[in-house]
Design a protein around this ligand. Structure first.
Ligand code: SAH
Length: 263
């Protein structure tokens, strides 16, 4: 694709990077709804729930820019150039991203690119799916007695990178930090084997797929059985893996339910 020339600020429009939340349209912020209503062009990621789009005007051009939209090769560069081109031609561009734009959403890269080309950028928070996953199970991510903090990590490292330092994460989790792992169902075996030497196999885990949506599913178990749990319940992407003692109550409930069913 031909590079797009850098335009002067005065010729540029504004782009809003808006968090669409985990999928349930009721979890959109008012600010996000207002932005969607005002957009003339909406550039939509795959993980944005369809229900969210009902706030767009009929005249708004909706462009699906995820894999579903056919952007298989270098999608990020393509999307950035598209945002820039639309903004420069005077459109009110809203880039709708699943969850929060600044949590594994590449919002940082997009904002940098646009600003470098003289385009104003405004970012609107969304509820990140890690939070929604915990709330889907009605568990807190922090708790005065069980968890003093939270670590958000991705289980999917950039190609060529060695990935996370699992022993450090295991040590943090053992100290009482809840782990919230994005993009990790496919790499669950690495999560399990990476954490296990330093974290007890009986540490509670939960996997939540499609948090907040009608098709939401989840499984609760222990770290030593994470891979089996995912396979047994046939859980797939998009899902969040939660690890830590805040889930202990759930595990007991799941055990009790299993016993009732077995009786
Ligand atoms: N910016 C997004 C994350 C994008 S990375 C956010 O803040 O949520 C994509 C990953 O997010 C998926 O692989 C999955 O791990 C997670 N994810 C997104 N939507 C989800 C949902 N409704 N339920 C569970 N996980 C979800």
């Amino acid at each position: 694709m031909k590079p797009i020339p850098v335009a002067s600020t005065s010729r540029c429009g504004t782009v809003m990077l808006v968090g669409a939340g985990p999928g349930d349209p009721d979890l959109l912020t008012l600010k996000a709804v207002r932005a969607i209503r005002c957009a003339t062009v909406l550039l939509v990621d795959d993980l944005v729930g369809e229900g969210v789009l009902r706030y767009a005007r009929r005249s708004t051009r909706i462009v699906h820019v995820g894999k579903r939209g056919g952007c298989h090769s270098t999608p990020q560069a393509f999307i950035q150039q598209l945002m820039l081109r639309e903004a420069q031609s005077g459109e009110r561009v809203v880039r709708l991203k699943g969850g929060d734009p600044f949590v594994f959403g590449r919002g940082g890269e997009e904002a940098e690119y646009l600003r470098a080309h003289g385009v104003e950028v405004e970012v609107v928070n969304g509820i990140t799916s890690g939070l929604a996953a915990a709330t889907a199970l009605q568990v807190p991510l922090t708790h005065r007695e069980h968890a003093h903090g939270v670590i958000l990590v991705t289980g999917h490292a950039k190609q060529g990178e060695s990935g996370l330092h699992w022993p450090t994460l295991a040590a943090a989790a053992a100290q009482g930090l809840t782990l919230v792992i994005y993009m990790s169902v496919a790499t669950a075996a690495q999560v399990q084997s990476g954490l296990l030497p330093s974290l007890s196999a009986s540490t509670p885990v939960a996997v939540v797929q499609h948090a907040s949506l009608p098709q939401q599913r989840h499984a609760v178990g222990v770290l030593g059985e994470l891979v089996t749990l995912i396979a047994q319940h046939q859980l797939g992407s998009p899902a969040i893996i939660l690890i830590g003692d805040v889930l202990a109550g759930l595990q007991q409930m799941a055990g009790a339910t299993a016993q009732i069913h077995a009786a």
